[in-house]
Design a protein around this ligand. Structure first.
Ligand SMILES: *Cc1c(COP(=O)(O)O)cnc(C)c1O
Length: 392
């Protein structure tokens, strides 16, 4: 009998037969083989679809990007290794030394840090302002302003930006508008439809939803700008791993259901906290006393999303410690969008870098908490809060 060749070799092509897999396969391959140099030309010049090297793209990133594109009603989305990678690529792919960018003064902590500490080192001027007030945004604009970065709903004070005013201003002055849609998600708000030029999401939060992956998404409406953001991602290696993209795609399948459920429970919790005798004030976008009610109605409709902020009557660190200790079964963790409800205390976490006076200007006392509502049922959640609030 003739001896078979004993040398192992690649690539082996797997033949799954005529039937198709329902679940996306995971493609860990870093490299992809092409048949000829002509085929590589066709690929790089966009005549055929294919992959060459995973830093430049891979099937699991494409699969995830396409799903989020559908939610955001856009196309050409780029998956990055984190939400911050997406924000960095959006800014660095758009701006050059000598340009000026305006940001909301209550952006996500690391976005603020990027704006304040890093961009100026590269010759990019930065101004931060209150984006709920269009006259302040107008005052911040300079002749070299090229970009405005906002979050529709701010963290943790849940103020709502005047995005229609900002869109008009951007059109008039030829400024690009970048919207971080992480808090609101494409279920509650579609920035492109509202007039944004670039949209980013931290996929880590509600979209993936299970606190087991760190990923981001960025897309620009203008194809040339989208390509320059993509090139920045590839050059600087802000690339996502196939396995994480696969996990996020799996999480994303239930995102619309999770969002609806968490949002309904968040409203119920907000209404409950508003009448609890140990709570001083509650902030939730669709409560009637919200300071930016007109912006909420215009942009979010009846969506309040899944975050509720509130302040204890007793605004001392001692009361805050007792409250957290007694709140059984709820993770005291500074994240949002998990399937489980999480609680954060901005004074000791996200906003600890500010002085006490700066925190008080934002209304963030020791008694201020932010809740990211998960999938528990409302009666169980209410019971837990009621019990813990009694100890404050
Ligand atoms: C978490 C978050 C980010 C950063 O996302 P990562 O995936 O953690 O890098 C950006 N913006 C907002 C609003 C966030 O909540």
């Amino acid at each position: 009998m003739k001896k078979k060749n004993e040398t192992i070799q690649r690539p082996i092509s797997l033949q799954p037969g005529e039937s198709a897999s329902v679940v996306s396969p995971i493609y860990p391959s870093v490299v992809y083989a092409s048949e000829t140099p002509d085929m590589l030309d066709d690929q790089y010049e966009g005549r055929i679809q294919g992959y060459t090297y995973a830093r430049e793209g891979h099937p699991n990133a494409t699969a995830l990007a396409k799903q989020i594109d559908l939610l955001e009603q856009t196309d050409g989305g780029i998956i990055t290794g984190s939400g911050m990678a997406a924000i960095t690529a959006a800014i660095m792919g758009t701006l050059s030394s000598g340009d000026h960018v305006v940001g909301g003064d209550q952006l996500y902590g690391r976005s603020l840090r990027l704006m304040k500490s890093d961009l100026p080192r590269f010759g990019i001027e930065v101004s931060l302002t209150d984006v709920t007030d269009i006259s302040k945004v107008k005052n911040a604009i300079k002749s070299n302003t090229k970009l405005i970065l906002i979050e529709l709903v701010s963290n943790p004070t849940l103020r709502v930006a005047d995005i229609s005013g900002i869109v008009s201003l951007c059109r008039e002055k030829d400024i690009k508008l970048l919207v971080d849609n992480t808090f609101t998600t494409p279920k509650a708000f579609k920035p492109m439809n509202a007039g944004a030029d670039i949209v980013v999401n931290s996929v880590t939060k509600l979209l993936a939803g299970h606190s087991d992956v760190t990923l981001g998404y960025v897309v620009a409406k203008d194809k040339t700008l989208n390509k320059s953001i993509y090139d920045f991602v590839v050059t600087t290696g802000l690339t996502p791993s196939p396995y994480e993209c696969w996990l996020a795609e799996r999480g994303l399948m239930t995102f619309p259901l999770r969002f609806d459920s968490s949002q309904a429970t968040a409203l119920g919790l907000a209404e409950y906290l508003a009448v609890n005798e140990n709570v001083d004030r509650v902030i939730y976008p669709t409560l009637p006393d919200h300071p930016d009610a007109a912006h909420v109605r215009q942009n979010l409709g009846s969506n309040g999303c899944n975050i509720v902020s509130f302040e204890l009557k007793n605004k001392t660190r001692e009361a805050a410690n007792r409250f957290v200790k007694q709140l059984d079964g709820i993770a005291f963790a500074p994240t949002l969008g998990d399937v489980g409800t999480t609680l954060s205390h901005p004074a000791s976490s996200s906003h600890r870098g500010l002085s006490e006076d700066e925190r008080l200007t934002l209304g963030i006392t020791e008694g201020f908490f932010r809740v990211s509502v998960g999938l528990e049922d409302i009666s169980s959640l209410r019971g837990k809060f009621e019990l813990a609030l009694k100890h404050t």
